[in-house]
Write a protein that binds this ligand. Sequence first.
Ligand code: LMR
Length: 328
Amino acid sequence: LKTTAKALVCAVSIGLAGIAHAADPIVIKFSHVVAEHTPKGQGALLFKKLAEERLPGEVKVEVYPNSSLFGDGKEMEALLMGDVQIIAPSLAKFEHYSKGIQIFDLPFLFDDMAAVDRFQKGPVGQELLSSMEDKGITGLGYWHNGLKQLSANKKLLEPKDARGLKFRVQASAVLEEQFKAVRANPRKMSFAEVYQGLQTGVVNGAENPYSNIYSQKMHEVQKYITESNHGLLDYMVITNTKFWNELPKHVSKELRAIMDEVTVEVNKHAHELNMRDKQSIIDAGKTEILYLTKEQREKWREVMRPVWKKFEAEIGAERIKAAEAANQ
Ligand code: LMR
């Protein structure tokens, strides 16, 4: 009888422990606005996989792609309210939180992704990650998407070709000025609305990396893509500072290590994913990809470059210098 009672107590306590454990994982909602087969979409899924493998029963990561939980107009507020724990907005979406981050939107600032990498890993890039702590936002790392290409229903070869066209822009004053510089009309619009905006003619053109063009089917409603590589679309992965600081130490330490690992992976494969999607766009046969001559590209650079001056005071001249130095 004694043994049975003991076994029973044992079974009950195992049962309770089981229940307590199962009910207990820290739930991390990771919300984003792009498709799953993009660099950010893949990164979010890899983060979930590794976090759940290495902190079994302790952490559960729920990934919400395609603006299915919050669109980009709402995700920052949701993070601050604690309705979502990790988001990775494009660097164009931070102007209300950190003026310095606007640096990443300056047209023709970085020669290539290697320069972007050097800058993000350098002191200024690292400092910007923690520039929003006072607002309750902690930066965990930079994820690449890549360089942006212009698209429209007419051939954009020289800046004058863009005159009068309506371009969709992200919520960024720098990007608005960039299109004003070529006498086009910028229109702020959330990412989820871009396809429809292009389809109905609310806007005539856009700027995106190939992965976003392809996954949103924008190539079906844009006849031409100009491979301009004129600006950057990268992300800062961010979390709610209070949430992060209150995690058990071993959990935040492990999650940070995982995030660093995922960051390396995302940044290693982002270019490849964009090139794959470029090829898919070519294969779909609906859009012609145009390449600029050196002289043509130089013209775009010349007209857009004055935008830097307009934001120099907000961004900081020293930061801009550091970014230029990253081009080597
Ligand atoms: C956009 O709005 O164009 C991008 O920020 C979307 C994204 O997250 O890549």
